[in-house]
Design a protein. Structure first.
Length: 223
């Protein structure tokens, strides 16, 4: 579609500005609740993610994980937790790089709520305005999922998974997407990748609009 990208960008800018204003109370309430639970911890977390054509960017999120100290006593994010819990890390990888929220010791109390409701992803409207992301698109991969060798992914799902990852990275990752409105965390990781690849191949504004309409209902279903 010739006009797909400019129309999509116009929708991205308009929608992200509207969302930034519409959810103004969230920008105030959620940080206050986070500070009550962990006063010294940061509000925003910006993990490295892989976007369009493999470009790395900082994905903005309300922090939903606890801060852990490293061996030198320096506070850091939850990735430090895996260093001391290798068995749980293997379980996390085998489950498709996820754990149930109620069984994940890294998640804070407010973190469980904002994850279930997808509020933790609201700061990504600023990623959209910057151009790193789109309102609708594939999931943004972490480096261990989409590194050049993709050791874990290929070992678990076979070499065929690479073509799906490459295709899904031909477009910008999204705040919402096909897999989020099709079962979210109930969808296996390899099926998410295939969904994202199929979405990227179609490049349909009508599909984008349908996903935008479905997203609030998908969020509410998790409450």
């Amino acid at each position: 579609m010739i006009f797909y990208e400019p129309i999509k960008r116009l929708i991205d800018i308009t929608a992200s500005l509207v969302l930034a204003v519409l959810f103004l109370p969230i920008w105030i309430i959620i940080p206050l609740l986070m500070k009550l639970e962990e006063p010294s911890a940061p509000i925003i977390y910006a993990p490295k993610r892989i976007g369009k054509y493999g470009r790395t960017f900082g994905l903005l999120k309300f922090r939903s994980m606890r801060m852990f100290k490293d061996k030198n006593g320096k506070p850091g994010h939850a990735f430090n937790f895996w260093r001391d819990n290798p068995k749980l890390f293997e379980k996390y990888k085998k489950a498709g790089w996820k754990l149930p929220l109620d069984k994940d010791p890294r998640i804070t109390k407010i973190g469980r709520f904002i994850r279930q409701t997808s509020i933790d992803e609201m700061p990504q409207v600023f990623n959209i305005l910057k151009g790193d992301m789109s309102l609708v698109g594939p999931r943004a991969y972490i480096q261990t999922e989409a590194e050049p060798e993709m050791t874990d992914a290929v070992k678990r799902y076979g070499k065929g998974i690479k073509k799906y990852i490459d295709l899904s990275q031909s477009v910008k990752p999204g705040l919402t997407g096909l897999w989020q409105v099709s079962g979210r965390n109930d969808v296996d990781w390899d099926e998410r990748v295939k969904m994202d690849a199929a979405y990227a191949k179609r490049q349909s504004i009508l599909e984008d609009i349908a996903i935008i309409i479905k997203t609030p209902f998908a969020m509410i279903s998790k409450w």
